[in-house]
Design a protein around this ligand. Structure first.
Ligand SMILES: C[S@@+](CC[C@H](N)C(=O)[O-])C[C@H]1O[C@@H](n2cnc3c(N)ncnc32)[C@H](O)[C@@H]1O
Length: 231
């Protein structure tokens, strides 16, 4: 069965889960896309995404707890910005992106980055309740099954801990929405989904209780902060 047609378990119970996207990226497509991106990623996307990344990291720095999981850590652009009191575990599917993150950790002597592992964020090997917080920066619209990602983050973060997403979400309508729908045809080469709706990731109950903050530039990205409460 294709990824697009498959049904996914609801993590909130009350709302049916929409299909993830018309052209979900499977693991191999992600690896291929980010093999191409790895050398140019920081220059190509690092600038425009900087405000969102810093806002997410600053939010985590202000939260209690030490152990932080960053999924889809990429080239490690966020890593230098965590307080040194935070212990960061980074995971990513892409060997090439992780190689860049490892170079950065060495270059900047980031001793609080305790592990960088090649691992699928939708299906990790961590024990339940391993982390105080987990963050996915510009990742939710890349994974094939966003609700599975949410379930996994809820599992590995302790109750009362926090789950953060910074992402671009589909505009509800207007010119921007139309452009994003049109751009979605290029999802595989872009390596992300311009037409990614927040409801593909979060059930209504989570949307209702999350802190949702638009982020510069132009509110193009959104920071979602969710306390990890039992469903
Ligand atoms: C747009 S980049 C974001 C990188 C980084 N978070 C940042 O802020 O720049 C998306 C990253 O997610 C990774 N990724 C995609 N699907 C993944 C999955 N299922 N598990 C782990 N990493 C994944 C990609 O390899 C890529 O490095």
């Amino acid at each position: 069965m294709s990824d697009v047609l498959q049904e996914y378990p609801s993590s909130g119970g009350e709302s049916p889960v929409p299909p993830p996207s018309r052209s979900a990226l499977d693991a191999e497509a992600v690896k291929q896309a980010y093999r191409r991106w790895a050398n140019v990623y920081d220059l190509g996307f690092g600038g425009i995404s900087r405000f969102g990344r810093l806002k997410a990291v600053n939010t985590i720095n202000a939260l209690p707890g030490r152990d932080v999981l960053e999924v889809g850590v990429g080239t490690g652009l966020a890593l230098p910005h965590y307080n040194r009191s935070k212990a960061i575990t980074g995971i990513d599917l892409s060997t090439d992106m992780l190689a860049k993150a490892r170079e950065r950790v060495k270059r900047d002597n980031l001793s609080n980055v305790t592990a960088l592992l090649e691992m699928d964020a939708e299906d990790t090997t961590f024990e339940d309740n391993s982390f105080d917080a987990a963050v996915a920066m510009f990742v939710a619209s890349v994974v094939p099954h966003p609700r599975k990602l949410l379930c996994e983050l809820k599992r590995v973060v302790r109750p009362g801990g926090h789950i953060l997403f910074i992402n671009h979400f589909l505009a509800p309508g207007g010119i921007r929405g139309a452009v994003e729908h049109a751009m979605a045809r290029a999802s595989h080469s872009l390596g992300w989904h311009p037409d990614f709706a927040m409801e593909s990731l979060l059930p209504q109950a989570d949307i209702a209780r999350a802190t949702i903050q638009p982020v510069r530039p132009f509110g193009l990205f959104t920071l979602v902060t969710l306390e990890n409460l039992p469903d």
